[in-house]
Design a protein around this ligand. Sequence first.
Ligand code: DX5
Ligand code: ZN
Length: 227
Amino acid sequence: MSVKIAPSILAGDLGNLSNEVEQAEKGGADVIHLDVMDGHFAPNITFGPGTVKALRNYSKLPFDAHLMISDPLRYLDQFIDAGCDIISVHAEVCTSNTFTEVMKKLNKSGKKVGIALNPDTNIPDWLMQNLNTLDLLNVMSVQPGFSGQKFMPEVLPKMSKINEMLRDKGLDIIIEADGGVDTSNAYELVKAGARLLVAGNSVFGNMDVGKAIKELKEKAFLAIKEV
Ligand code: DX5
Ligand code: ZN
């Protein structure tokens, strides 16, 4: 059992994303988290599949694309082609039918299937019925839009509940914590079930990216020893 760290390059130098990807890998990151926003689902516009594809040349780490977009099906093929390894779409924009389509496309191309939940969203019924098809659940602890927002601690009991439910069902789904993750909450998040910690500001806001990743891992390790 281990906890992985996924720096979000959204919090890095947007004028030099290739450098941020390289720095994260050099600093001991396990995964690169890519926050894609369309200015519609989320109140910000970031980057698209072209940028992701270009960044693919700078790292061998798995790419975790978090699609905060209203119409993920429309762009899914492009993110698959761009070399993403995990692709998460938001539960708020899916129906049972769209999720089935997303899942089929991702399965066919060998990509991991993720669903992201806003802080105030619970697992919808259609997802409960399809949980066995999921690889990852992104339990957001800020509203989609920006890095550097304050962590919402009310998400912790929700995450614990989800974790228990998954354990009871014997499902091996990675819980990803995303939003305001830092050394002050990493321990509690791991205790609540998180195994992939997204960290934007707490990594790239630090002069030493490697040190920031190491400190997060230390907190996670403390928690994992106790579960
Ligand atoms: C928010 C994004 C997060 C966020 C992470 O919309 O999904 O991934 O940018 O950055 P921090 O860790 O700074 O909250
Ligand atoms: Zn994200």
